[in-house]
Ligand binder design. Structure first.
Ligand code: ZN
Length: 241
């Protein structure tokens, strides 16, 4: 099976459409690591497309916030404004669906989780080398796919030692290794590259790669401004941070 793994779409329909189009002929199935909504202006359409395309979806902190399961005082002012706006845009069924998503799941030899496999409900960020190495004990599969930081990267651990690489990684999976892969963000990249990011995983060929896709950034930005969402959320898309 060949999978496309998408995370942190954040209501950015233009970015999501571009990623789906890019991946369509490359994969057999889509997986989603959460934060479908929040920040962007098209939460309903993004929920619809994810529900239609993805074989498995785990929930992120923005799903939990919109479903009323996280105290919004934990969010920064921009995230809070976006969560409140998104909550009001969605109907009861959509909010209930977001709240029903599991926080952890397994597909084949991979664990899927939005933030960290250790205490997924605490929304810890895996960023440094040590953050990732400490998480290997919290899952049993060979691979673990995460999002949340919006920063693509990889941690690997094997009999030969361990390693950490930030950025758009491309790897041949070593049969003796275990891997944590941050797939980056479809709808709000923060690694100074504004292009949408997602991961391709070929389970038979044992390859993993982050792909970057250009999309209609100006349209996504204009919709955020027109919706009355904080202007910062539009500006950061162009800066990719
Ligand atoms: Zn996010």
């Amino acid at each position: 099976m060949r999978y496309a793994i998408l995370s942190d779409i954040h209501g950015n329909l233009e970015a999501l459409r571009a990623v789906l189009a890019d991946a369509r002929d490359r994969v057999d199935a889509f997986l989603c690591l959460g934060d479908i909504v929040g920040y962007g202006a098209d939460p309903e359409a993004c929920i619809e497309l994810v529900a239609e395309h993805c074989q498995m979806v785990v929930g992120g902190n923005h799903e939990q916030a919109v479903a009323g399961r996280i105290d919004l005082n934990w969010f920064n002012p921009y995230a809070r404004a976006a969560a409140e706006w998104t909550h009001d845009r969605l109907d009861d069924d959509q909010r209930a669906w977001l709240g029903s998503l599991p926080l952890v799941s397994e597909v084949g030899d991979a664990t899927l989780v939005h933030a960290s496999p250790a205490y997924p409900e605490e929304w810890e960020y895996l960023v440094s080398a040590e953050d990732g190495f400490a998480a290997f004990g919290a899952f049993t599969t060979r691979l673990c796919f995460v999002g949340h930081s919006h920063l693509p990267g990889m941690w690997v651990q094997g009999s030969w030692g361990r390693g950490h690489e930030a950025g758009d990684v491309k790897v041949a999976i070593d049969p003796g290794g275990r891997y944590i892969i941050n797939v980056g963000s479809v709808g709000q990249p923060r690694d100074h590259d504004p292009r949408a990011a997602y991961a391709l995983w070929d389970a038979e060929a044992r390859t993993l790669a982050i792909r970057r896709v250009t999309y209609d950034l100006d349209a996504a930005r204009a919709k955020i401004v027109a919706a009355g969402l904080p202007r910062f959320l539009a500006d950061r898309l162009a800066a990719g941070r």
